[in-house]
Design a protein. Structure first.
Length: 368
């Protein structure tokens, strides 16, 4: 079974996982940082952002290019894009090559590498060669190849389920005490197949005569057993791609811990892989590509507000800083730019520390 054919990619959990990762990588904002005095600073005016962050060439956007890179990495293990520069060496465009249309030649003895694509030969600094799960030099390995045996077994389970549960009737047996010739058996089978072989003939009655009896043969694959096997299959696929099962199975909503795990185990390795190749081939020393993933872990609006309030109560930020974090304009009012220290965080050595957490009266007895 070809790992890249429709049987494997048609597994719902596989297709869903690939599209989740490709979609998120394509949507994550990209910026370029420059290192100065030991710290990195954003360079919104960097000349490469026109190609990397806007459109790699006149036909595709940055989002569609990055999504294609991720799909190729997950399905085939590697992706090649050709760089076009002007006479001064400035990057003009990036052109992706379709999987299967390009090749490479690595001469281990001479330590020389070149690529063949679009009918031309390219040197390593003229291409972007992204590769995943690299064990051999310049040879990537896809998720599908790494877990081939498991995915083939899952695909076979889906095919078995399709054969059993797509038929209109269970397996039917016709019994008679009279001997039936092989020719008669063939005629009976053909007549039953033409009259009751699909769902369109579900309401057509079965008419028998001559003492013939109609019965059923129980199927080996039970509906509940098949459903249980598919639940295990979804969990297996989720682990393969580093995605929490709650993001694939709609029966549960992903928690904050699930999103954090997805970011570190599923998304971050792909982003680091892409950033590393871009830094190697396109950037100057002291520069790096940075993907802003903060929005993926912010949660709902209510969760964001609760988090900001905790930071205000702990004296970590001001109310105006919280408003900016929530995408709101700061307010020019008293106290909005001041740190608020909650009494619940007072040191035990402070005077009246035993009043911490008491009511508005300060814990004193009110005779009235």
């Amino acid at each position: 079974m070809n790992i890249g054919n429709g049987s494997i990619l048609a597994i719902p959990a596989v297709g869903r996982s690939i599209e989740i990762l490709a979609g998120d990588v394509s949507r994550v904002p990209l910026c370029i940082h420059t290192k100065s005095d030991g710290s990195y600073y954003d360079r919104p005016d960097h000349p490469l952002l026109t190609v990397l962050g806007d459109k790699p060439n006149d036909l595709i956007t940055s989002e569609s290019w990055r999504a294609k890179v991720v799909r190729d990495l997950l399905i085939y293990g590697q992706h090649l894009s050709v760089l076009t520069r002007n006479g001064r060496g400035d990057l003009l465009s990036i052109t992706p090559a379709e999987a299967g249309t390009w090749g490479k030649n690595w001469d281990h003895q001479a330590q020389r590498l070149d690529y063949r694509a679009f009918g031309r030969t390219f040197l390593p600094d003229e291409v972007l060669h992204f590769r995943r799960g690299e064990r051999l030099w310049f040879e990537g390995e896809s998720v599908l190849d790494q877990h081939r045996s498991t995915l083939v077994a899952i695909a076979e389970q889906y095919e078995a389920g399709r054969r059993v549960f797509s038929t209109a009737l269970p397996k039917i047996k016709l019994e008679t005490d009279e001997p039936v010739s092989s020719e008669g058996v063939a005629r009976l089978q053909e007549a039953f197949r033409s009259t009751h072989g699909d769902a369109s003939s579900f309401n057509t009655p079965i008419v028998v005569s001559g003492g013939m009896r109609v019965g059923e043969i129980a199927q080996r694959l039970d509906q509940n057993e098949w459903s249980a096997a598919m639940e295990f299959a979804v969990a297996d696929v989720a682990r393969m791609f580093g995605i929490p099962v709650t993001m694939i199975d709609s029966s549960n909503s992903p928690t904050a811990e699930d999103i954090s795990s997805y970011l570190e185990a599923g998304l971050r390795p792909l982003l680091n892989m892409i950033a590393g190749e871009l830094r190697l081939k396109l950037l100057e020393p002291g520069e790096r590509v940075h993907f802003k993933t903060d929005h993926l872990t912010r949660g709902t609006r209510a969760q964001q507000a609760a988090s900001e309030r905790q930071l205000i109560d702990a004296g970590i930020q001001t109310p105006n800083e919280a408003r900016v974090s929530l995408g709101m304009a700061p307010l020019d009012q008293d106290g909005m730019d001041e740190i608020v220290i909650s009494k619940n965080y007072q040191q035990m050595s402070e005077p009246a520390a035993d009043d911490v957490g008491s009511d508005a009266s300060g814990g004193d007895f009110d005779e009235d």
